[in-house]
Design a protein around this ligand. Structure first.
Ligand SMILES: [Zn+2]
Length: 335
């Protein structure tokens, strides 16, 4: 079944343009949703139909997933790098008791893009709905619910020295940056429809929404049989993914950006990086890398306390506002 942003319009009868969402950009207070909101759709890999509800959550609680279809305790799963249980095709988080939730990355990217620090995500199934394969429907949901500031300042994860993870020809790096999160990504696929693409973005709310959020996940027709035999991509279709066959894009409406593929890789990286539990002051470089490479990079970053610290800082332009970036709050335990 198709899900696009216009379908979501019926969720609360409101158009997002009517909802004030321009909280001050320079504020460094934590944010959560103003109200609860939900949607439903099919999981990309499981093919299972799942209802999802996003709820406001207290300051310092972070993003937490909760499986409400399971009886018993322990079904809450913090969206944190040390909960990554699988990242071969998508990012899967698991609680200590093994309860898991799959394909969290596009939703996590939307939370990052909307500068939302705290939310509870309830799911009645094993996977976040794929929607249209991008983060745009989640942005729409969050805008409909509204965003509110909390009274507690946010702490940013500042990268203090370059950390590199290499895996054959793939490589990912996090390096220090003056302010905010910058992402650079390069891909090189054999399929001519994708080929070599590069992009670079300084992420803020406007850039994320306009340049990144609409980029859809993609797959290759030649892989579909193997993926389905492995129990993956069961919910995948032309309605929630770009499907490539050699030099052709099979989706009738074509691409949303000429470089939609590499933009989606940026979207994935933002979602995975938000599993640090914090907004990031640093520069990410991805070269032909995947979810698993980013997960391994995060493990390397947090393996050494000297790689990072936590600071209070405005969203951007710190040097312009006269606020200092030089005062670490504390070396907290990672996550
Ligand atoms: Zn993705």
């Amino acid at each position: 079944m198709a899900h696009d942003v216009s379908d979501l319009r019926t969720l609360n009868g409101a158009s997002p343009e009517l909802i004030p969402q321009d909280l001050p950009k320079a504020s460094n207070l934590q944010r959560t949703l103003k109200s609860s909101i939900g949607c439903s759709g099919v999981g990309l890999h499981s093919g299972v139909r799942v209802a999802m509800k996003l709820h406001p959550a207290p300051a310092n609680s972070g993003i937490v997933f909760k499986r409400i279809d399971l009886v018993g305790g322990g079904s809450e799963i913090p969206a944190r790098w040390d909960r990554i249980a699988d990242s071969r095709m998508c990012t899967v988080l698991a609680a200590e008791n093994g309860v898991s939730v799959a394909t969290v990355e596009h939703l996590m990217a939307a939370f990052y893009g909307m500068s939302i620090d705290n939310a509870l995500v309830e799911l009645n199934g094993p996977e976040v709905p794929a929607m249209d394969g991008s983060a745009a429907p989640f942005i729409f949901l969050m805008e409909c619910a509204g965003v509110t500031e909390q009274s507690v300042p946010r702490k940013h994860l500042r990268i203090l020295k370059p950390v590199v993870y290499s895996n054959g020809t793939k490589e990912v790096t996090l390096a220090p940056a003056k302010s905010g999160l910058k992402l650079n990504f390069d891909i090189d696929f054999a399929a001519p429809a994708v080929g070599q693409q590069s992009c670079s973005f300084d992420i803020d709310r406007d850039v994320f929404k306009a340049e990144i959020s609409k980029a859809r996940t993609f797959g290759f027709l030649s892989d579909v049989t193997a993926l389905r035999e492995a129990g993956l991509a069961r919910g995948g279709s032309l309605e929630n993914a770009i499907v490539v066959d050699g030099d052709r894009v099979l989706n009738e409406d074509g691409l949303r950006h000429s470089d939609e593929f590499v933009r989606h890789k940026v979207l994935d990286a933002i979602g995975d990086l938000y599993l640090t539990g914090h907004r990031i002051v640093g520069e990410f470089q991805g070269f032909c890398s995947s979810h698993a490479d980013t997960a391994n990079l995060l493990r390397l970053v947090f393996a050494e306390d000297s790689n990072w610290d936590l600071i209070e800082a405005p969203e951007s332009n710190a040097s312009d506002t006269g606020q200092t970036w030089d005062q670490p709050l504390r070396q907290a335990t990672a996550g």
